[in-house]
Design a protein around this ligand. Structure first.
Ligand code: SF4
Length: 438
């Protein structure tokens, strides 16, 4: 295989692996190193800027057939010990990581998974207390969580409201019970309207709903009915996530149909008063959205990930991922070590490449002065030098002191491979190739 074919394959694999709701990362985690690393080497000397805490709750009642996340299945009644261990682990990890961020204010705490509200109100309250006790929360910091509509009751919601939860994102995926059953998702579609009312009635005013565009067994018309029914519930935010198969890629024709369905969904939401704020979500009020889902927050904030499998990003310093198994995660913490499974150390040039890559692939402008201001002249020059040949080939356009990705006839980025190839550090592509045995 030629070097170019090898890189094309690696980039194609990396762009097919999406870890939604986790901190975005560069380079792809297939380039990271395994083995231990100290908290000081990964977190020491963290700079300033926005700070978030992400808590990964990787437990579910059943495994949905469309899910690619690494979750453990908790049979009914078996959650007690697991939940106690999980809460203990979060307390230890928050204590170990929080001290590196001094007085920096946390503007967003996000609990996701998994099925977060499989845990009791008391357990979730203890998790949030551990974050509050070890980090400094900004006044009015958003505390949001993902939830399944089946696992709420009034008492749990009272405890969550008292703990400061200000937004609940309900993972509905579809309101078609037949499709849910076919996907092994144990969820009662009929409970969704009551769950939205219940959350609001117990003092959590902000509600989001997540749908997936055209799940297996569903038609585009069925998906549009979902969007119509969800809009009638008036959630503050609606996510229309594109469907991605657990393995491989959707055939191109299917992918385009999925994107079309998503666009039709957003057009319908616009008619119902929603404004689109990014690739996959729309809101009623542009000031009310899940902060950690915001692409600008993802690109500009440090995020400390707590819990099994969580990923952390400390700009200009590191990315790392925790052990995904609860046993290994807790054993490391009880032994006084950060539970790191794999990690990578990064510098300003990596961050500049990540910033430019993300913005260009999202069809957003990269401003040369902003790049230098954020990452320094040397890092910015390196990125701009790499964009030069792409500008000459027409895959990026030079405009008013910056660059934009050219679009193809359908409005998509015309050269995602070429842009990624130009900006990715060769050493990371080589590390990824080694890990894939190429
Ligand atoms: S409930 Fe969510 S996290 Fe759990 S298996 Fe289903 S899709 Fe995955």
């Amino acid at each position: 295989m030629s070097t170019e074919d090898k890189y094309r394959k690696i980039i194609s694999i990396m762009h097919n692996v999406r870890f939604l709701c986790l901190p975005p990362h560069y380079p792809s985690l297939v380039s990271w190193r395994g083995g231990p690393a100290s908290a000081r080497s990964l977190l020491g000397g963290a700079g300033g800027g926005p700070l978030g805490v992400y808590v990964n709750v990787p437990f579910c009642r059943t495994k949905c057939s469309f899910c690619y996340l690494d979750v453990s299945i908790l049979p009914p009644g078996d959650g007690g010990r697991v939940a106690r261990d999980f809460v203990e682990g979060i307390g230890l990890e928050a204590g170990m990581t929080g001290r590196y961020f001094g007085g920096r204010k946390v503007s967003s705490v996000y609990l996701a998974g998994g099925t977060v509200n499989l845990l009791s109100g008391e357990e979730l309250g203890a998790v949030i207390r551990a974050v509050r006790n070890n980090f400094s929360l900004a006044p009015g910091a958003q505390i949001s969580m993902e939830a399944n509509p089946d696992f709420f009751d009034g008492k749990k919601l009272d405890l969550l409201a008292a703990a400061g939860v200000s937004m609940v994102m309900i993972g509905v995926q579809t309101l078609d019970q037949r499709v849910l059953d076919g996907a092994n998702r144990r969820q009662n579609a009929g409970k969704v309207p009551d769950a939205v009312k219940l959350v609001r009635a117990h003092g959590i005013k902000r509600v989001g709903i997540d749908l997936i565009c055209v799940l297996p067994g569903q038609t585009a018309e069925g998906f549009m009915k979902d969007v119509e029914r969800v809009a009638a519930l008036r959630p503050d935010q609606v996510h229309l996530n594109r469907y991605k198969p657990v393995r491989g890629r959707l055939p191109e024709e299917e992918r385009r149909k999925n994107v079309d369905a998503q666009e039709r969904g957003f057009r319908l939401l616009a008619k119902r008063g929603y404004k689109r704020i990014d690739e996959d979500s729309a809101v009623l009020d542009v000031k009310v959205f899940n902060a950690q889902g915001d692409p600008d927050f993802q690109l500009s904030a440090d995020v400390v990930g707590l819990g099994p499998g969580a990923m952390s990003r400390v700009r200009g310093r590191s990315r790392y991922q925790n052990f995904s198994g609860l046993g290994e995660y807790l054993a490391a913490l009880r032994a006084g070590r950060l539970p790191v499974m794999r990690w990578v150390r990064l510098g300003p040039a990596d961050e500049a490449a990540h910033y430019a890559l993300t913005r260009l692939l999202d069809l957003r402008r990269v401003d040369a002065a902003a790049l230098a201001g954020l990452f320094g002249l040397a890092a910015a020059s390196l990125v701009l030098r790499r964009l030069g040949p792409l500008a000459r080939s027409g895959l990026v356009k030079k405009r008013a002191g910056g660059y934009e990705a050219a679009r193809d006839g359908d409005g998509f980025c015309a050269g995602p491979y070429e842009i990624t190839r130009a900006l990715y550090e060769k050493k990371y592509l080589e590390a990824a190739a080694r890990n894939y045995g190429l």
